[in-house]
Design a protein around this ligand. Structure first.
Ligand code: ANZ
Ligand code: ZN
Length: 800
């Protein structure tokens, strides 16, 4: 046979597949459908890295297998192309971001195509294409008209280097997720989206979904729904009450002080009565410089100042207690004020210890002078008047009833989730289709004026005062109000990168539609996405945002189902050989192009699937790559060993059925590595017996095809099998034939094992006993009085 030369065969088949439109999703809605989706990449200047092919290959395997199972498969690809790195590159190199994007997309696409993915390239989308962002803007108008988009003056996370407002999700450990520069708080007028209105739906909707558990858990934690109560404390000698939020109203008898957030309005309100005003003012200034993230950190040293001149009164026992300010209480959560129960809350405990405040135990079971006792499942109430002796859960009910009767408290749900900061003061994003009119306020553009295209600007540089570069385009900015026809100004902020990716899976179902974001029929047929794989890091950003938009569009009657993705899985990272994250500075970056060049795309694909458990991170190993190439070399050389025979040989039959079964189920269960291991073992077996029948090879090529599509397609053709391999049917297995047909049976004499015989599993009693007797013939010297056969297990001969 000819040599295995991936360079020749891979390019060749990629072209054939393209010409034959092998992987086009059809509009034949009578067929069963399967929609497999991977997160579309941001086309960065660095090109593809070896992390990308891991998820892309995994779902390519699923997509190829589904086609062979008779499904109409949609496996699309596109570009999430707005965003900061492109804009920053454009600024630095004086190239239009559009050109930068075009170049990067071209490069990325070539790289992806060299890996032989079965994407339907006719459905390629690009978020920066006006035909695409037309509909991103259209969705924004829907949100605006539904009252879910609003403008708000608010302190935002401001990246000092990117000069852009960031959502909480984009601030990681107090620094900008993108560039690593410190993030400070800055008050700006921002477009906000009311994702909080969907908090309950976003939690409750998770119920029926097939998401891996850790994704569900982290979405729930991010939304952070908690069930508690708001309670009014009186202020001594003041008419007003101070309202707090607590999840533990049962601990009310243990309150020994209260805390206001430094931004709490009562501080200014009672300025004249606060005796240590200067100290308080100084503390507030200090707190303003910290991010919420730093302030909420559990481990940090507690700070605070007692407010002299304000005292609270505990509604359950009339006790007078001091009020402090401290930055561990955030204005953005609950009411910005708390009742402190140091005996049963960790942060309060640390604070009390530091400032010598009393600690009063109200739930028995801990040692509260030495540590906060936070367990709610055990322990009964003490020192708590009418609650004494109750379990925590019962005490909660009792106190809530009491608070409601006395009209000093009500049950209350709270959420950690904040509304989504939707403005960016940058150029390379979707223009927000709204104008500001002196008379009419914020007015949405009429739908007919979409898409509102990005104008050409001289400079993409954001201004130091935080305005978008669009603000300098006065010709563009000055416009007329669609409502009254008077002079108006266009919004100059643009949308965040998360906008385009919040609905892209809808567009793939009908990407060329000019009348709608997608036709109803297309969405009805293709949605929801059957399997969506993406990075764990997108769980609380992209995944949550897109579920929010989808649920909104569902409520608007735009999409036909309440959830966008039925199943969500996540892959682990690929690390360098040294087990560290790949990065230029560590010099451990592997370029996929180099692997394809040296070993071939099929080897890269096989290796990335074989590298380890899909959900865990794994270190790159060049030796491992070579091992996968050797495996494919051995596959190739099977052609030398082929014997006639359309079926499976007797000795390989069980093995074939077992392998079909294992590969079929492993491909569904993210166990790509063990599926490949099973195929490697099967190959070893072929070599062991020294031949492979046509029928065995045919099945083997189909099983391996989703992983290594080029080599298998070539061999299929060389073998003269009918049609194309990509059109073949996925092999069936017979459950009965997966079970070993030969079993080992112990032969006993008077209950003692004397030999073991291998016999057909379904052998009859007579034959089994005869075979057993033959195996121990030398020892059968006495009178045989009994012969026992326990099917498949024991032959026992009793002699005297
Ligand atoms: C008294 C108490 C006693 C509390 C106890 C906890 C345990 P989650 O579950 O996260 O919702 N809290 C309320 N508002 C706050 C704010 N603005 N900044 C910081 N902390 C705040 O947390 C609710 C609990 O966090 C509330 O219940 C309150 O402390 C605190 F044994 O009240 B708790
Ligand atoms: Zn107007």
């Amino acid at each position: 046979i000819k040599n295995y030369s991936p360079k020749e065969i891979e390019k060749k088949w990629q072209q054939v597949w393209q010409e034959e439109e092998a992987f086009a999703a059809t509009d034949d809605y009578s067929k069963p459908k399967y929609y497999a989706l991977v997160e579309f990449p941001y086309p960065s200047g660095q090109g593809l890295h070896v992390g990308h092919p891991r998820p892309y290959t995994a779902l390519d395997i699923v997509a190829r297998k589904r086609r062979m199972q008779g499904y109409n498969v949609l496996y699309p690809m596109g570009w999430d192309a707005f965003g900061l790195p492109t804009e920053n590159y454009a600024i630095k190199n004086h190239i239009h971001p559009k050109i930068v994007t075009e170049n990067n997309v071209k490069h990325f696409k070539e790289q992806l195509q060299s890996l032989g993915y079965s994407f339907d390239w006719d459905r390629e989308i690009n978020t920066t294409d006006p035909n695409y962002y037309h509909w991103t803007q259209w969705i924004f108008l829907k949100l605006f008209n539904a009252g879910l988009a609003y403008k708000s003056e608010m302190p935002i996370n401001w990246c000092t280097s990117c000069k852009v407002g960031l959502a909480n999700e984009e601030v990681v450990n107090g620094v900008c997720e993108r560039c690593g520069a410190p993030v400070v708080r800055k008050v700006k007028s921002q477009w906000m989206l009311k994702i909080t209105e969907y908090a309950d739906k976003l939690i409750d909707g998770l119920e029926g979904l097939d998401y891996i558990e850790k994704v569900k858990v982290s979405q729930k934690n991010w939304i952070g729904r908690s069930q508690g109560a708001e309670v009014d404390f009186s202020l001594k000698d003041k008419p007003e009450k101070l309202r707090i939020y607590t999840t533990r109203p049962d601990t009310l008898f243990g309150v020994t002080y209260m805390v206001l957030s430094p931004e709490h309005p009562y501080i200014d309100k009672y300025q004249d009565e606060i005796q240590n005003w200067e100290e308080i003012a100084a503390y507030r200034e200090q707190a303003a410089r910290k991010s919420d993230f730093e302030r909420a950190e559990l481990a940090k040293e507690k700070t605070g100042v007692e407010i002299k001149g304000l005292r609270g009164i505990n509604p359950v026992n009339g006790q007078e207690i001091p009020i402090w300010i401290s930055d561990y209480v955030l204005m953005s959560y609950g009411t910005g004020a708390i009742m402190a129960v140091p005996a049963h809350d960790e942060r309060d405990w640390e604070f009390a210890k530091k400032f010598g405040l009393p600690i009063v135990e109200v739930v028995a079971g801990g040692d509260v002078q030495n540590a906060a006792f936070t367990d709610v499942a055990t322990g009964k109430l003490v020192n708590s008047g009418f609650l004494d002796g109750m379990e925590v859960a019962d005490a909660k009910k009792a106190i809530l009833q009491w608070l409601e009767e006395k009209k000093v408290g009500t049950p209350k749900k709270n959420y950690k989730l904040r509304d989504w900061v939707f403005s960016r003061q940058r150029y390379w994003g979707e223009p927000i289709p709204v104008v500001q009119c002196d008379k009419c306020g914020y007015v949405p553009l009429p739908e007919g004026q979409l898409p509102l295209e990005l104008p050409e600007v001289e400079s993409y540089m954001p201004t130091d005062n935080g305005e978008s570069p669009l603000a300098a385009m006065t010709d563009w900015v000055n416009t007329t109000c669609p409502c009254c026809g008077g002079p108006a100004k266009r919004e100059t902020d643009t949308m965040p990168q998360w906008a385009g990716s919040s609905w892209y899976y809808l567009r793939y179902t009908d990407p060329h539609n000019e009348e709608a974001l997608a036709s109803k029929e297309a969405m009805k047929y293709w949605l929801p996405v059957d399997w969506y794989n993406g990075g764990m890091e997108h769980t609380t950003l992209h995944l949550l945002y897109s579920r929010f938009w989808h649920k909104f569009l569902y409520d608007q009657g735009v999409v036909p189902c309440p959830e966008p993705y039925q199943k969500r899985t996540s892959h682990g990272m690929i690390l360098g050989e040294n087990g560290e994250k790949m990065s230029k500075s560590r010099g451990n970056v592997v370029n996929p192009d180099d692997i394809v060049e040296e070993f071939g795309a099929d080897t890269l694909r096989t290796y990335e699937m074989f590298i380890g458990a899909f959900e865990l991170s794994a270190s790159w190993s060049q030796e491992g790559v070579k091992g996968c190439r050797r495996f494919l070399d051995r596959v190739w050389k099977l052609q030398d060993m082929v014997t006639d025979g359309e079926g499976y040989s007797k000795e390989m039959e069980t093995r074939m059925h077992q392998t079909i079964k294992k590969v079929s189920s492993d491909f569904e269960a993210l166990k790509y590595n063990t599926a490949i291991a099973a195929m490697m073992a099967l190959i070893n077996e072929f070599y062991h017996v020294g031949r492979v029948t046509k029928g065995e090879l045919r099945t083997f090529l189909i099983l391996l095809n989703p992983v290594a599509p080029h080599i298998t397609e070539e061999m299929w053709q060389d073998m003269g099998f009918e049609g194309r391999l990509y059109q073949a049917s996925w092999p069936e297995y017979d459950e009965a034939k997966t079970v070993e047909s030969v079993v080992e049976i112990a032969v006993q004499i008077n209950g003692k094992t004397r030999a073991v015989v291998k016999l057909p599993k379904d052998i009859g009693k007579e034959e089994a006993i005869a075979a057993g007797k033959e195996a121990v013939a030398e020892r059968l010297t006495g009178n045989i009085v009994k012969e026992i056969y326990v099917p498949g297990r024991i032959i026992n001969i009793v002699q005297k």
